[in-house]
Design a protein around this ligand. Structure first.
Ligand SMILES: Cc1cc2nc3c(=O)[nH]c(=O)nc-3n(C[C@H](O)[C@H](O)[C@H](O)COP(=O)(O)OP(=O)(O)OC[C@H]3O[C@@H](n4cnc5c(N)ncnc54)[C@H](O)[C@@H]3O)c2cc1C
Length: 401
């Protein structure tokens, strides 16, 4: 029933290969698998292991460190396909961090750190699935983080709190973003922030990291945590990149990552449309398929058109990004995320409406797609913050915050 990503953009030979390989792996995980993971709120370990065993978590790791050395143009295909295959946003989110959290190490890590971790990430032996940025008092306003890392005798001692940190249960390392200079003393609010790798098991065993799973809905299979650091000790070697420049290092690569989020929304939207169309063709009310009614057809068609528009923007920016610097596609990346999330939500909402009462029955899946599509308008950045970016950086309007 559920289809895969529609072919309205021309793919390169390498992208075709990625799509075929991913499609092949995803075909082993059917709707029932994802339905059950969602119902039980259980991380899709089997699916992630399969991808890791085939080296897909190392898609962005350079070949010199044992990875596939591919780029954004390939990751967008991979993630769109995963979501469209039936896994939805939850399936893409289950591995998103595992792919992207190694990027700061690739771009900014010491040679020692790269050699120590990247081959193991590429092999699927080590997972760096979690990034800890958000705090109770610092969500959209991320430079207001209060977690501190203080250097003491060759170690960094970390104290503070994080919230909404995904996949800590599926990760060996947590990439923590902390202040090494207080905001008040930093030359700019974006300075004095650094990134550290924390060995999660070691920290838990030492009693310096405690965590609580946050009861939530949306993508049920992927868990998010509240974390507390209490004199957590990270070796100085685990500092990623340059001390004090962590915020810039985090931003470097963000545009590419945003395009991949857009691709995950596209896949979810395509999945929802296909599910809605299948049902609209089958369900007979007043002696005819409900899909004959324009009230059912038009919302699906409109969402489809919106998805295709978002897809053109996502794919054209993704092919440009590997040729230019990520910063050059900042506007397109932000707009693609905005449009793809809105289109995915419209698609899921239309699919729910087409299902009538069954739209809220778990066994028809569309209520899950709607929950997940709603989430894409909030994470990893809210739609409002994306529009702030466009207003300020594209339209030249005054900064509003
Ligand atoms: C399921 C889930 C998983 C997550 N995973 C991670 C993770 O792995 N790692 C991590 O670090 N974080 C993670 N997050 C956190 C996520 O990045 C934040 O929730 C998000 O950035 C918004 O921050 P906030 O929730 O504090 O909202 P706030 O910053 O409190 O904003 C609340 C509302 O006000 C709006 N708003 C605020 N300021 C403005 C403004 N100036 N102009 C217009 N509107 C404004 C926002 O858009 C939003 O709608 C996750 C969140 C969720 C829900």
């Amino acid at each position: 029933m559920a289809t895969v990503a529609t072919d309205t953009v021309a793919l390169t030979a390498q992208q075709e290969l990625v799509r075929e390989s991913i499609r092949d792996i995803c075909s082993e995980f059917d709707e029932e698998y994802w339905r059950e993971k969602d119902r039980a709120a259980e991380y899709p370990t089997e699916f992630v292991t399969e991808l890791a065993d085939h080296g897909w978590l190392g898609i962005l790791v350079p070949e010199a460190y044992g990875g596939a050395g591919m780029g954004t143009a390939e990751v967008v295909v991979m993630m769109e396909e995963i979501a469209a295959s039936g896994g939805g946003f939850a399936a893409a989110q289950a591995i998103h961090g595992g792919i992207y959290n190694s990027v700061p190490i690739v771009r900014h890590g010491s040679e020692e750190l790269k050699e120590r971790l990247l081959p193991a990430v590429a092999e699927g032996d080590v997972a760096i699935q979690s990034l800890g940025l958000t705090e109770p008092n610092a969500g959209s306003d991320s430079t207001s983080i209060e977690t501190v890392a203080e250097e003491q005798e060759g170690e960094y001692v970390i104290n503070g709190q994080k919230i909404w940190i995904s996949r800590v249960d599926a990760s060996d390392y947590l990439l923590v973003v902390a202040r090494t200079t207080p905001k008040s003393a930093a030359e700019k609010r974006t300075k004095g922030i650094s990134m550290f790798l924390v060995d999660i098991d070691d920290a838990v065993d030492a009693g310096t990291l405690t965590m609580r799973s946050i009861p939530k809905t949306a993508s049920n299979a992927v868990h998010a945590y509240e974390l507390w650091f209490d004199d957590l000790r990270a070796p100085a070697d685990n500092l990623v990149g340059e001390r004090g420049n962590g915020f810039y290092q985090l931003l470097d690569g963000l545009n590419e990552e945003r395009l991949v989020i857009a691709a995950e929304c596209l896949g979810l939207g395509e999945l929802a449309i296909q599910t809605g169309v299948d049902y609209a063709n089958e369900r007979v009310v007043f002696d005819r398929p409900i899909g004959m009614n324009q009230a059912i057809q038009h919302p699906l068609a409109k969402a489809y058109a919106e998805l295709q528009a978002a897809k053109q923007l996502t794919y054209s920016a993704a092919s440009a990004v590997d040729e230019e610097s990520g910063r050059a596609v900042g506007a397109q990346a932000n707009m693609a995320k905005y449009l793809a999330a809105e289109a995915a939500f419209a698609a899921a909402d239309a699919a729910v409406q087409a299902h009538g009462g069954f739209g809220v029955a778990r066994e028809y899946d569309v209520e899950r797609y709607l929950r997940e599509a709603r989430l894409t308008r909030l994470v990893p950045i809210t739609q409002e913050l994306v529009l702030n970016y466009v207003g300020e950086n594209v339209l030249g309007l005054p900064r509003s915050y």
